[in-house]
Design a protein around this ligand. Sequence first.
Ligand SMILES: *Cc1c(COP(=O)(O)O)cnc(C)c1O
Length: 404
Amino acid sequence: MSGRKLDSGGRGPVPEAGAGFGPAREIERRYALEVFPKRDITIVRGRGAEVWDDRGRRYIDCVAGIGVASVGHANPAVAEALAAQARTLVTCPGIFYNDVRARLLEKLAALAPPGLSRGFLCNSGAEAVEAAIKFARLTTGRTGIVSAVRGFHGRTLGALSATYRQAYREAFEPLVPGFSFAPFNNPGKLRDAVCEGTAAVLIEPVQGEGGIRPATAGYLGAAREVCDETGAMLVLDEIQTGFCRTGRMFACERYGVVPDMLCLAKGIAGGMPLGAVLGDDRVELTPGRHGTTFGGNPLACAAALAAIDFMENERLDERAEALGARFLERLEARLPARVRAVRQVGLMIGVELRERCRPYIDALAREGVLALAAGTTVVRLLPPLVISRKQIDEVVEVLVGVLE
Ligand SMILES: *Cc1c(COP(=O)(O)O)cnc(C)c1O
């Protein structure tokens, strides 16, 4: 299958090993303060749903920058917007107004669930979560943050305090006080955990890192209700689910639940670092209480405007919905015995195995498909939403081959 012509990618020069790039593996090994367990692949170029390594090998990229490259690698509209903005104005701190930032804030307000017409811009998912925690504490005058078992919200100390996984937390304790966890998809236990001291309930509508686990309608509905009853704020972390990934602009649309704040990042800006918190008029901020140097810079905002335009023009929400369904249908038709469960919402896909997934992720890479792990047993696929039907079929083909 590997020589087959695909809908996107494959054009332009493929770099030779070492040609102008240097021995990246050796250099990074020597000079990085490494935080990630590395895979032995040096990626040097991307286009659409594909990337190439330094030996000219092509991969279908179901990692996509960890769910970032939704509009495809090297998206021409984003590249054009970046180049034009880089020639015009790259940086402009929040103490001044700026035309590009203004346009993005207006656009986000138009896309957001009803009422969430105000935005704060930052540079990453964790920063968005940090801001939302601070905004919730400021607004309610309370300190408690209730999040979910298996939830993931980032690695900075506040976001980490809301992140469940012990392996991420334990070396950094004591974390921020006031955080607690309730079992995911258990409305009764969530109700028990939220009280008059709760500033926010912070949850993902589909847990990503936690294994691609969609919230039930009953659970998200209960979260909305218990927040309304107690005066806590419902903060949805849509950093991974947002911007068409789940077949809607935002996953909360699938549930008909409107949060008090929405945390966004990953796919928002065509690969550029940008995060956002959207909130309503209730969010109370005294100027001077929070800030950021790079947040909302014109370069990232220009990329986001181009990426969001592309999502809307190309109907990437509908595309994610249709291609995700196609993936599921084709995989379920010949489901390998190693698979315990397949969970899929749009192009957010988790294939849970009955054993550890790591060897299969390595085998997938050898067969030209890059995939992620979520926990120890779930193969997670977050392809660019521009992926073609042919490429989706190829991913299923390779996955079934590797798992059999
Ligand atoms: C990736 C992610 C984050 C953290 O985003 P960073 O940009 O890595 O800080 C937070 N929440 C969710 C749901 C994520 O998927």
